[in-house]
Design a protein around this ligand. Structure first.
Ligand code: PLP
Length: 436
């Protein structure tokens, strides 16, 4: 079999072994052990650049990509993002703390979330971050008074539900009216809150935001959302005289988890969306706003893989073969959460025939602790290294210590060199907050 390096050119096969930007998976495992998250730094940077490039091209640079850092948050990733000239979107005090500690320019940080606490809002105000994306009226009132206490005027936008069905998994669909995120357009809530914000002295309304969901392959929901949002901005101007300057279209661009996924380039999303924005702006005689996008998954997803060691291989006759690895839902809960499909290989026998039907299980005390069900793999033997592809997004950031399993290390690879950017947790880390 030929190795299908659909994750991009930094993932290669040499002598039947998986290489990540010049470093063999076998060597990484020898050096750092398993489970191990591995990222290609150059792949991450390339993804950042493709967004920058398309903002240059489609909006003459009048826009900004914010990395949605919930996809993978640690000091090193914020450094890379900042170096590439992207801003960051954070959704919690913890992400904000990490971004600030990494030295990110606070003015390029946007704070999101459907239920920000007073502490988080105060932290945002005091650190002078660029922008708070306000979710609801109650939060708006709290933010205004916290901003007043800290003597600041905070730039805000509102999270709006454009009423778009994004054709993705229900758990990651967020643009419809029945969603916990944001204010609705249909019932006039969005107009009311924008009008109300003008009466509050310590917030400065500059824009509107929407995020319709995640892992979306069609461009149509994005263009539909853009159309709804520009029309809203134009109507707001007509009704209230307020002309907003920023339109933040969120993230959600799908990535290729499986070779069979019908992936579109980000440039295709961006050019279609920008064409729609320009068209509607012209129709409504509205100035083209400053456009923000918030890619998370598509920056880090395909740049990362996870390496495991296979332990037991349990063949239950006429039922199935369970292949157990030394991690599972603690480092990748996505199969357990959404039944997400992953592609994987035995990392040292890449070109062998994938003719063995297996179910890949983790080591937690849960029958649902699986990474894949009934997939085909090279013939697995205990001690083999299993490489699971496209685990760069929503894996490390969703990891837990269930069963007191320490979180794995994260290795970053760049042109034949590897370094650890997050250390493996030690058993002693697990009891650090325990009070005897
Ligand atoms: C999750 C999220 C994103 C990023 O979504 P991806 O699918 O990872 O690109 C962007 N913006 C907001 C507000 C989000 O909640």
């Amino acid at each position: 079999m030929k190795f299908n390096n659909y994750m991009g050119r930094y993932f290669e096969e040499k002598n039947n072994i998986l290489y990540i930007d010049g470093v063999s998976a076998a060597d990484l495992v020898k050096e750092y052990g398993t489970p191990l998250y591995v990222f290609s730094e150059r792949a991450i940077r390339e993804n950042c650049r493709s967004y920058k490039y398309s903002i240059e091209k489609n909006y003459n640079g009048k826009g900004l990509a914010l990395y949605a850092s919930k996809a993978f948050s640690c000091l090193a990733i914020y450094h890379i993002i900042a170096e590439e000239g992207l801003g960051a979107d954070v959704v919690s005090g913890g992400e904000l703390y990490t971004a600030l500690k990494a030295g990110m320019d606070p003015s390029l940080i946007y704070f999101h979330g459907n239920n920000k606490t007073d502490d988080e809002l105060r932290m945002a105000a005091e650190s002078g971050i660029g922008h708070v994306v306000v979710d609801n009226r109650e939060e708006l009132i709290r933010l205004n008074s916290i901003a007043a206490e800290t003597g600041r005027i905070i730039n805000i936008s509102f999270r709006i539900k454009p009423g778009i069905d994004a054709h993705t998994h229900e758990a990651v669909m967020t643009g419809q009216i029945d969603s916990k995120f944001g204010v609705a357009l249909e019932n006039g809530e969005a107009f009311e809150i924008c009008d109300f914000a003008r009466t509050l002295p310590n917030v400065n309304l500059v824009g509107v935001h929407c995020h319709i969901g995640s892992q979306i392959f069609d461009t149509e929901p994005f263009t539909a959302a853009a159309e709804v949002m520009i029309n809203f901005m134009a109507e707001l101007r007509e009704k209230t005289g307020t002309e907003l300057k920023e339109l933040n279209l969120g993230g959600g661009f799908g990535i290729r988890y499986l070779p069979s996924d019908n992936h579109k380039s980000y440039e295709e999303f961006m050019s279609k969306v920008s064409a729609k924005i320009k068209e509607i702006c012209k129709e409504r005689d509205f100035p083209v706003p400053f456009v923000l996008v918030e890619p998370g998954r598509s920056i880090v997803g395909t740049a990362g893989i996870t390496l495991y060691t296979i332990g037991s291989v349990k063949n239950i006759k006429n039922v199935r073969t369970y292949v157990s690895v030394d991690g599972g839902m603690t480092d990748n809960p996505r199969f357990a959460l959404y039944g997400s499909a992953y592609n994987m290989d035995i990392a040292t026998r890449l070109t062998d025939k994938k003719d063995t039907k297996v179910t890949v299980a983790g080591k937690c005390c849960e029958s649902g602790d699986l990474l894949a069900k009934d997939i085909y793999l090279q013939y697995p033997v205990g001690g083999d290294i299993l490489a699971v592809y496209c685990t760069g997004a929503y894996n490390y950031s969703m990891a837990s210590n269930y069963n007191r399993i320490p979180r794995p290390a994260v290795a970053l690879i760049n042109d034949g060199e590897s370094r650890i950017i997050v250390k493996k947790e030690k058993y002693s880390d697990l009891i650090i907050n325990d009070v005897p």
